[in-house]
Design a protein around this ligand. Sequence first.
Ligand code: ADP
Ligand code: MG
Length: 185
Amino acid sequence: MHEKYLEKQVKKTMELIEYMSQTIDDFRNFFKTDKEEKEFSLEKIIKNTVHLVESGFESLQIEIILDIKKDVKIKGFPNEYSQVLLNILSNAKDAIAPDKNKNKYVKIKLQKDKTGKSVLKIFNTGRPIRKNILDKIFDPYFTTKHESVGTGIGLYMSKTIINKNMKGNLYAINVKNGVEFTIEV
Ligand SMILES: Nc1ncnc2c1ncn2[C@@H]1O[C@H](COP(=O)(O)OP(=O)(O)O)[C@@H](O)[C@H]1O
Ligand SMILES: [Mg+2]
């Protein structure tokens, strides 16, 4: 066996392991679902979740701005909701990272609509999502990232959690200077 061949196989194997561990990360919390619906504070979930990721954002000089004037309590699955927020924040970080703009940030805004439904908007600075892929980003395995980083299941899982498990709505739009995800439950 040639040394070159061996080297190539080792490299390929390492890439596969990396990909698998990313997939495991994505799935880890998906199956750890809460059994019963319960009432929980969105302010608390948002703050806990942001705390988990803030050092990663800090190291890239991306600010996370919270706009929570009043807490909203909803009924559902807090761990799953947190997982959705993690997915959206992780994508936001990936989207902002290559941005040359000096003013890089994520803004999380919590509101309640007229019917009492919670509306959480997560805005990130960065390039808009191209029109031809905007309706594909929630499809399973759809990714525009390199195969060693992207699995394409984050948003699919998130949509399942919000729309199916919690009877809410999750969608994304391009807005001025960035992208905005909305979670309604
Ligand atoms: N905030 C965002 N800005 C731009 N594109 C995004 C954003 N969030 C998601 N996307 C697009 O949606 C795709 C699917 O996201 P996701 O399901 O989390 O899979 P992954 O992150 O593994 O690629 C991403 O590859 C990217 O093209
Ligand atoms: Mg993702």
